[in-house]
Write a new protein. Structure first.
Length: 306
């Protein structure tokens, strides 16, 4: 009898440890489910299709609410239409803030799997992994709308609205990280382009890595964050630092935090420099590498819980 009880306890302990381990790692089963729900509705979540944007926003909010008790919409109006950022928080409210953000809208009639359902699914997985975790910092996961044209580069971007609100409320932000296209990888030669050809001499011609993009003259805290991320990541990771004027450096939501002098960087598979489905109807989940995407997410999680 004693042996049976001991065996049962060991089995229960094994199951609990397995579940705990899985909770701290990104899971491709969840990733595929989220991609399917977000991208396979038959509708396109562009700025004119507010109904579809609202459907996706409601889905993001419902998933966030299953992992956190602090979830809300940040609503705003542009050209007579109402739009929503979706925000989910973890950790002590008085602590310094870390923002992890990704946009959920698309450009035109595209499923927008890599651009940027991949980043948004990353947020959903981070929420699952952070559930119940004791944190020393405040973590806000923010899903933005209106990153894409015609509002890209304007003060109507959801991320501009969010960054501006932080400054208005005097919120102290340690760093902002933009997850912008994190799931497209290619191991073949000549699958990676650059804004300047000579860069291939330093970074190679295979699109088999994730990139940490910084601007020259940025905050030292971004350098420190990138160095630590590279040490933790189990996916090939490279850093790129360039002037803000260089093509691609500012092509996502982090640009609006730079505008307010908030430390920020972008994690990306380099978008159109690698993924030729960018802004096309062929940007579908079937083209993506969920395993390497999960490794990108895992390293972000480790940074948040370090």
């Amino acid at each position: 009898m004693t042996k049976c009880i001991a065996t049962s306890l060991l089995f229960i302990l094994s199951v609990l440890l397995t579940e705990l381990s899985h909770a701290q790692e990104s899971d491709t089963t969840f990733i595929k489910k989220h991609f399917t729900t977000i991208t396979k509705s038959g509708e396109y979540r562009h700025y004119k299709n507010v109904k579809e944007l609202n459907r996706v926003a409601a889905y993001l909010k419902s998933v966030f609410e299953s992992y956190s008790d602090t979830v809300w919409y940040q609503s705003f109006e542009v050209d007579g239409r109402k739009y929503k950022n979706v925000i989910c928080s973890f950790g002590p409210i008085t602590a310094k803030r870390t923002i992890i953000g990704a946009h959920y809208d698309v450009c035109g009639i595209s499923e927008g799997a890599d651009d940027n359902a991949s980043g948004v699914v990353g947020l959903l997985e981070l929420a699952r992994m952070l559930q119940g975790k004791e944190l020393s910092k405040r973590v806000d996961l923010v899903a933005y709308t209106l990153e894409e044209p015609p509002y890209y580069g304007t003060q109507n971007m959801g991320s501009f609205i969010h960054a501006q609100s932080l400054v208005k409320d005097s919120v102290e932000v340690e760093i902002m990280v933009s997850l912008e296209m994190i799931a497209y990888f290619k191991d073949q030669k000549n699958t990676q382009d650059y804004p300047a050809k000579f860069l291939s001499l330093f970074y190679g011609k295979r699109g088999n890595y994730i990139t940490l993009v910084q601007k020259i003259g940025g905050h030292s805290s971004v350098d420190k964050w990138c160095r630590k991320y590279k040490r933790k990541a189990k996916v090939r990771t490279k850093r790129f630092k360039g002037p803000e004027s260089l093509v691609g450096i500012a092509f996502s939501d982090h640009r609006n935090y730079w505008h307010f002098n908030i430390p920020a960087l972008m994690i990306t598979d380099t978008a159109f420099f690698r993924n030729k489905h960018y802004h096309q109807s062929t940007d579908v989940m079937e083209n993506l590498d969920f395993h390497r995407m999960s490794l990108v997410i895992n390293a972000v999680y480790e940074m948040l819980t370090d």
